[in-house]
Design a protein around this ligand. Structure first.
Ligand code: HEM
Ligand code: HEM
Length: 195
């Protein structure tokens, strides 16, 4: 198993960070969309707290991921991918990084501007990053929501492109972000040679 990124595929740490962020982001988004329409109740407050704690966890994982990306680099582009596709992919990845950062930060701003407390899974308090401000609260809330829909659109295009490469271009774009399949045992039929 490779930890750093070799030239032809993503290493184990990059894969772990990519896929755990996919799972976490899905949970945060489903929770966010569900909780806002609930009538006021203690359960609603608990779900809001969970949403915020998971969102802050994502922010931490994202910082780790960016640090690891700078340290471990990226594999070379998949052979045969046209330069224009590479450019679109790079721009999409950059935009997704920016939005993954902007969403928790706008959430933190809207929470602070409304004067709500912020805790991480009830374990410790986080500071307010802005003072009470109704206008800023509205603005941050709109950005939080619009940013989410924009991220969703990019993610759908990104995942669609990965599956397109796999199913129609038959290249390694998708498989190099997945764990390597175990090599078959040396006496498996595909390894027997006719002498
Ligand atoms: C990547 C992380 C995050 C994602 C993807 C996300 C996503 C969402 C979504 C989809 C909504 C529902 C928007 C709507 O339909 O009105 C929402 C609402 C909300 N989020 Fe987040 N969120 C994230 C992080 C955070 C964080 C870290 C906080 C607070 C520190 C936060 C605070 C809130 C609050 C207070 C609302 C409710 C706003 C309202 O009542 O209209 N979010 N979020
Ligand atoms: C089912 C959903 C997804 C699939 C199939 C998928 C697949 C992939 C693949 C195959 C790569 C490597 C591309 C290459 O080697 O050139 C990649 C990279 C990347 N993915 Fe995803 N992905 C998914 C969801 C997401 C989500 C939800 C996000 C974040 C919002 C995301 C953010 C990224 C980023 C930023 C990169 C670039 C990594 C870098 O260059 O640092 N992906 N994804």
């Amino acid at each position: 198993m490779t930890w750093k990124n070799p030239v032809d595929r993503w290493g184990a740490i990059s894969q772990l960070l990519h896929w755990s962020i996919v799972v976490l982001l899905t949970a945060i988004a489903v929770l966010g969309l569900y909780m806002v329409d609930l009538p006021n109740s203690p359960d609603k407050i608990k779900l809001y707290s969970l949403h915020k704690s998971l969102g802050l966890t994502l922010l931490g994982l994202l910082l780790l991921r960016i640090g690891w990306r700078v340290y471990a680099g990226a594999p070379h582009p998949v052979a045969g991918t046209p330069a224009w596709q590479e450019r679109i992919a790079t721009a999409t990845h950059a935009a997704m990084y920016v939005l993954m950062f902007a969403l928790p930060v706008s959430g933190w701003v809207l929470n602070s501007a409304a004067g709500y407390p912020l805790q991480w899974f009830g374990l410790f308090n986080l500071p307010r990053i802005v003072a009470n401000d109704a206008e800023l609260h509205e603005l941050a809330e709109s950005l939080h929501e619009a940013g989410f829909w924009l991220l969703l659109a990019l993610v759908l295009a990104h995942a669609g492109a990965a599956f397109y490469h796999h199913l129609f271009q038959h290249d390694a774009t998708l498989t190099r972000m997945l764990p390597r399949r175990r090599a078959p045992p040396s006496d498996a039929p595909e390894n027997r040679h006719v002498v």
